[in-house]
Design a protein around this ligand. Structure first.
Ligand code: GRG
Length: 303
C-alpha cells in the first residue's frame, strides 16, 4: 500500500471509530433502560444492538448527512434508528426457523443468550422503536422530512426490500439462480438498507434532486459491492475474522456471485461496483473523502 493510500485508510479507520461512538451513544440514550416487567425484553434489545458491529449503516447516515451540513445530533438519531432495524434483522435471521446461527458479532446470538421467544420480541421491539425515533420532532423539525424518512425506511426494509429479499433467499435454497437473479436478491436483502442509509443523509439535508440521486446511486452500488464482499468472506474467511459461522452459503447450496462466477471474478466485480460507487461522489469533492475511502474498505475488509 502506498503512503497516500495508507493515510487515507488510517483516516477512515479513525472516522469509523468516531462515528461508531456517536451512534452508540445515541443508541444508549434512545433505548429504554432495563427495568419493570419488560426488563428481560429490554436487556435482549440492548444486547442485540449494543454488542458490536461495524456500524456501517450508521456511518453512512452520519457521513452523507455531513455533506449537507445536517446537525450531528439529528443525524445520530437516524443512524441509531437504522442500526436498530439492522440489529432486528440479524436477530431474526439467526433464529432456528431462519439461518439457525449460534454466533453473531463473535458472541452467542440473541436467542442463544436469551431464548427464542425473547429474541423474536426483541427484534419486533427494535423494528418498531426504529420508526418511533424517526417520527419524533427531535429528528427533524420538518414533518415532510420525517415522513420521507419513514417511507424510505419502510420501503427498504419491507416486502419489496430486505424482508422480500430474505424470502427469495429462503425459497431459492438449493436452486441454481442466474447472475441477474442473485443480483436482484442481494439488492433487496442487503442493498436496499445500505442505499437507504446513504439516502437518509440527503433526506435530512433536504438535498436537491440531482444530489440525492447521486447519493442513492452511490448507496446502491456500495451495497452491491458490500454483499459480494460478504459472500467472498463467507467462502474464504475464518469464523474468528467474521464473528459468525463461515462457509454457510456453500453448505446450504446458496447461489451467490462466488458460486456463479468464482472467487476471482466475484472480487473483480465487487471492485468494479465499488469504483462505480465512488464515481457518484465526484461532485462533492474532498468533503466526501471518507465515503470514497469506504468504497475501498467494503471490498477489502476481513470482517
Ligand atoms: C430476517 C427480517 C429478516 C431479514 C434478514 C439482513 C438479513 C435479512 C439477514 C442477515 C444475514 C445476512 C448475512 C445478510 C446479508 C447482509 C449482511 C452481510 C449483514 C451483516 O451486516 P454487517 O456485516 O454486520 O454490516 P455488522 O455486525 O457489522 O453490523
Amino acid at each position: 500500500m502506498n503512503l497516500v493510500a495508507s493515510d487515507t485508510r488510517t483516516a477512515l479507520t479513525e472516522a469509523l471509530k468516531r462515528r461508531a461512538r456517536e451512534v452508540e451513544h445515541a443508541l444508549d440514550v434512545l433505548l429504554p433502560l432495563p427495568d419493570g416487567q419488560e426488563k428481560r425484553l429490554i436487556e435482549a434489545m440492548r444486547y442485540a444492538v449494543l454488542g458490536g458491529g461495524k456500524r456501517l449503516r450508521g456511518f453512512l447516515v452520519m457521513e452523507t448527512a455531513s455533506l449537507f451540513s445536517v446537525a450531528p445530533a439529528c443525524a445520530a438519531r437516524v443512524a441509531a434508528s437504522v442500526e436498530m432495524l439492522h440489529a432486528y434483522s440479524l436477530v431474526h435471521d439467526d433464529l432456528p426457523a431462519m439461518d439457525d446461527d449460534d454466533l453473531r458479532r463473535g458472541q452467542p446470538s440473541c436467542h442463544r443468550a436469551f431464548d427464542e421467544a425473547t429474541a423474536i420480541l426483541a427484534g419486533d421491539a427494535l423494528l418498531t422503536r426504529a420508526f418511533e425515533v424517526l417520527v419524533d420532532s427531535d429528528t427533524h423539525s420538518d414533518s415532510q422530512a420525517r415522513c420521507e424518512l419513514v417511507a424510505a425506511l419502510g420501503a427498504a426494509a419491507g416486502a419489496r426490500g430486505m424482508v422480500g429479499g430474505q424470502m427469495i433467499d429462503m425459497v431459492s435454497e438449493g436452486t441454481q439462480l442466474s447472475a441477474p437473479e442473485v443480483t436482484r436478491l442481494q439488492a433487496l436483502k442487503t442493498g436496499r438498507l445500505i442505499q437507504y442509509s446513504a439516502e437518509a443523509g440527503a433526506i435530512l439535508g433536504r438535498a436537491p434532486p440531482q444530489q440525492r440521486h447521486h447519493i442513492a446511486a452511490f448507496g446502491r452500488d456500495l451495497g452491491a459491492a458490500f454483499q459480494i464482499a460478504d459472500d467472498i468472506l463467507d467462502a474464504e474467511g475464518t469464523e474468528e475474522e467474521i464473528g459468525k459461522t463461515a462457509g454457510k452459503d456453500a453448505a446450504a447450496g446458496k447461489a451467490t456471485m462466488v458460486s456463479i462466477m468464482g472467487l476471482e471474478q466475484a472480487r473483480a466485480h465487487a471492485a468494479m461496483l465499488a469504483a462505480q460507487a465512488a464515481n457518484y461522489l465526484a461532485s462533492f469533492g474532498d468533503r466526501a473523502a471518507h465515503l470514497v475511502a469506504l468504497t475501498d474498505f467494503v471490498v477489502s475488509r476481513r470482517s
